[in-house]
Design a protein around this ligand. Structure first.
Ligand SMILES: Cc1cc2nc3c(=O)[nH]c(=O)nc-3n(C[C@H](O)[C@H](O)[C@H](O)COP(=O)(O)O)c2cc1C
Length: 248
């Protein structure tokens, strides 16, 4: 078997095909962000005083009943996840974009990390209230579910590890949080009428984050509040890493 058969990169005898050394490659560019279109997740966690925090994020993916979440390591959510090991992953549909966006540039941290202060974030203690979501008791974890979200996944933390440590463009320390889903709740109106344990994809319109705009499978006319921060801020074109936290 040759390297080509094995799919080893750069080993093809035809590697020169398509090279355009004479002209600049017009497809090549360096985006500040890689928000290619992923589902928005509202993560609820429990604060040290027993109240609930709710944070929008869009760096989640699932395999089996496990989910990987990519988070700014300084966020209140990560602090809560490290301490309690529990969360709910609430999945909003596209109609909830305006409510979700009330949480853009908010944090449960008070005082907040220096980079969030620089980006105009606001410390908000009651984010369920701010966004107008109704907290309802979960069955297997302490943090509440957001009733309006058609999908609510109760989950427990399996592992938390550093993420992107060799990525000099990632200015803010990040973590990958692996969680295991313990219980799934889904509104009846997105479920299959023919099969008990199935979602009907024709009825489920997840809210997606595509660059700094919200999208659904139908059109959503809603720019994200994150747009208030210059996109270039995220580009990491200097080797500087922001690690400084505001002092308590
Ligand atoms: C639509 C949307 C998607 C976001 N995606 C992420 C993400 O994937 N990871 C992340 O760390 N922050 C993401 N953020 C920013 C967080 O919401 C922000 O860090 C927030 O302060 C976290 O809240 P907390 O500090 O209370 O945990 C996103 C914000 C919005 C509005």
């Amino acid at each position: 078997m040759t390297n080509t058969d094995r799919g080893v990169p750069g080993s093809s005898p035809h590697a020169d095909i398509g090279r355009r050394d004479e002209q600049p490659d017009e497809t090549r560019f360096e985006p500040a962000i890689h928000y290619w279109g992923t589902p928005v997740v509202l993560v609820s966690t429990q604060n040290p005083d027993g109240t609930a925090n709710l944070a929008p994020m869009s760096s989640g993916w699932w395999l089996g009943w496990s989910c990987m979440l990519g988070f700014d390591a300084t966020s209140r959510t990560v602090e809560n996840l490290r301490r309690t090991g529990e969360c709910v992953l609430n999945l909003p549909d596209a109609t909830l974009a305006p409510q979700v966006d009330r949480l853009a540039r908010t944090t449960g941290s008070d005082p907040m990390p220096a980079h969030k202060a620089a980006m105009g974030y606001e410390s908000v203690a009651d984010k369920f209230g701010r966004a107008g979501f109704t907290p309802v008791r979960s069955e297997t974890v302490a943090p509440p579910r957001a009733a309006e979200c058609p999908v609510q996944l109760e989950a427990a933390v399996t592992a938390i590890g550093d993420f992107g440590v060799r990525d000099h463009r990632l200015l803010i320390p990040a973590v990958a949080v692996e969680v295991t889903i313990r219980r799934v709740h889904a509104h009846p109106d997105i479920r299959s009428t023919r099969f008990h344990n199935r979602i009907d994809p024709g009825r489920w319109d997840p809210l997606l984050m595509s660059f700094l705009e919200y999208k659904g499978t139908r059109r959503v006319d809603q720019t994200s509040g994150l747009r208030q921060v210059d996109e270039e801020f995220y580009a990491g074109r200097s080797p500087r890493r922001i690690t400084q936290r505001a002092t308590r």
